[in-house]
Every structure is written in C-alpha cells, then in structure tokens.
Design a protein around this ligand. Structure first.
Ligand code: PMV
Length: 339
C-alpha cells in the first residue's frame, strides 16, 4: 500500500512587487511586498515515496530528471530540503498547473510552494497541517522554506491579501495575511499575450535591479506606497487601489527596462491593450485596473460586481482562450490518500 501526499497551492498576484534582493542565499528581498492569493490558478503536486536512486518528476505528460535545465530549480530545492533536514528517501512527484508556465503568472510561486508542502508531507508522513506543525513545520516555517525555492512562493502559503516583510535581517522575514479572502471579493482576469517561457528568468532579472538608476528612488518611496495600498484594501476602495496597482507595475517594468541589461517583457499587443484599458476606464465603460508581473501577460483587477461588464468588453477584443478568470482565494489545500 502506498501513500499519496498532495498539496494544491494557488498562485498569487503581487500588488506591491518583490523586485530585487539584498542577499541571494537566504532570498532576502530588497523591499516588503503584498499580494492577493488566487483561487483557481494553482499547482497540484502529489508525492509518493520512490524506491530508486533519484527523485522522479512528472509534469504534465513528460518525465524530467535533474539534468533538465528548465526544471533544475525543482531538484535544487529538493536537495536543499533533504540536506537541511537529513532526509535520504527519494520521491516520485507528479505536478500539474492550471495555467501556462513561465509567462507572468507566478508558476514558480505556486509550483515551488506546492513542492515544499507535498515533499515535506511525504518525508514526515504528515496528512494535514497539524501533523506538519508537530514535525516543526508551522505555516511561517513552511513559507521560509518555500521562499528559498522561489521568493514569491512564500506568499502563496497564506490566503487572502498577504504581506511579506523583509525585516532588518534575513532571519527576520515575516508573513501575514492582512485580510482574509472574505474581506473583499476581488477578481483577477488574466489576459494571456504569450504562454511561452520567459526569455530572462526572474532570478537573473532580480540581480539586475540594482543596476537601474530608478531602483534606489523606488525603494525609498515604497514604504509610503505600501501604507496607501493597505489603506485602500482596508477601505475596499477600488479606485485608490487600482491607481497604485498601475503605478507599481509600470515602475517595476521601468526598473527592468533601465537595468544594465534591459528586458522588455511586454510585447506590442500587450502595450496596446494597456492603453485601450485606460481609455475605456476614462470613458466610464469599465472600472478595472491592470498589474503585470515579469512577463507579457496582463492581470486585470476588478470588483466582482464589474465582472460581467468587463468580460463582455474583453471578449469583444480577445479570443476566450486568451482569458483566465480568477478571484481572491483562501490559500493552499492538503490531501492524503492511501492506495
Ligand atoms: O519569486 P520570483 O523570484 O519568481 O520573483 C517574482 C517577482 C514578481 O512576480 C515579478 C513580483 C512578485 O512580487 O511576485
């Protein structure tokens, strides 16, 4: 009889971006960030113990091993966890995403968080959160570990609207869900302009942030912006939140485009879309705002009451398979099964 340990972890979309880090080894970010945990866009990872010399990873209909460059991060993360806690048991891992990888929806966030949870469940024979905690893995410890795989993964460990504080030293990083998913039923409609893998991954791009002349001024303005965004969330003020979302996304892209090796994540169609969205908003046709991660896809943030009107507006411009509809969610979910 074998046991199957499953973690389903949603992606998250940052309202205040984590961009640039102070120390690489412990994933110490240059600034505090804040995100909305999503609901449907998620990674589901199932792990069982594997009697073999190495881990095996199945993603979609393909099997990967550690020499595969694209998924190197996965094996590095497993080795890191095994070494730190002394686990020698190899794992068989099956993982699937409900969205395309590496295209600006944080697949590394949900992916590395799901891998952290499911592999630790298997290594410790934990069937739920309480079991994990009894083995020393409370939510904050799990976020610390997920962060080492991919920075933004730590925020996906929590539901609702989540802050990741950088703290005064790498060990003083903290995570908190500031408002639950029930506080404000915000929606995220993702407009896919490309589902290809990114040309420059975020690890490399984080390093380049310091070379942009816009980066230090950005950091000095962020504490105030963070407070304004929190106020807007507390007051459920879409306009106040939305205006900061757009400033924040464009500023991060400005930093990226002015770094020593500039990267242009947005293609022409995406840029045109941003202009159209703002124009329609000004005309009062829709009430929605954009944010963008390090990729070409646009996240359109809006209230639930706006969804139908926005959907019609989007469907007039884009094919349905270019749109993903999601909302704020409650965070990860764990499952155990024996077969
Ligand atoms: O977690 P990483 O290293 O893939 O960095 C993600 C950075 C952004 O998604 C662009 C912003 C964020 O805070 O999620």
């Amino acid at each position: 009889m074998s046991s199957l340990y499953t973690a389903t972890v949603p992606s998250n979309i940052a309202f205040i971006k984590y961009w640039g880090k102070r120390a690489d080894a412990q994933q110490w970010p240059a600034n505090d960030s804040l995100s909305m945990t999503l609901n449907q866009l998620a990674t589901k990872t199932t792990v069982r113990l594997h009697q073999a010399d190495d881990h095996m990873l199945r993603l979609g209909d393909r099997i990967y091993n550690r020499s595969d460059k694209n998924l190197g991060k996965t094996f590095v993360h497993l080795d890191r966890l095994a070494l730190r806690f002394g686990y020698s048991q190899k794992l068989q891992i099956t993982s699937s995403n409900s969205f395309p990888m590496g295209a600006g929806i944080a697949s590394s966030a949900s992916g590395l968080a799901a891998l952290t949870l499911a592999s630790l469940m298997a290594w410790t024979d934990s069937r739920n959160w309480d079991d994990l905690e009894r083995h020393g893995f409370d939510r904050s410890m799990l976020a610390d570990l997920a962060r080492l795989g991919s920075g933004s993964a730590c925020r996906s460990l929590f539901g609702g609207f989540v802050q990741w504080e950088a703290g005064l030293d790498p060990d003083a990083q903290r995570y908190a869900s500031l408002f639950s998913d029930e506080h404000w039923a915000l929606r995220d409609t993702v407009v896919l302009f490309s589902s290809e893998q990114k040309s420059v991954g975020s690890t490399e791009a984080h390093e380049l942030a310091w070379s942009s002349p816009l980066f230090i001024p950005r950091l000095s303005g962020l504490p105030e912006r963070m407070n304004l965004v929190k106020d807007a969330l507390a007051a459920r003020d879409m306009q106040a939140l939305g205006l900061w979302l757009e400033v924040e996304a464009l500023e991060m892209h400005a930093v990226i485009m002015t770094a020593r090796q500039p990267v242009y994540y947005l293609n022409e169609a995406a840029r045109q879309f941003l202009a159209d969205l703002r124009e329609a908003r000004q005309k009062g046709e829709i009430h929605a705002y954009f944010t963008i991660d390090a990729g070409p896809n646009i996240h359109v943030i809006h209230e639930a009451s706006e969804h139908e009107r926005l959907k019609l507006w989007l469907q007039r411009r884009l094919a349905a398979d270019h749109l993903l509809h999601d909302s704020v969610g409650a965070g990860p979910h764990l499952d155990f099964q024996s077969e």
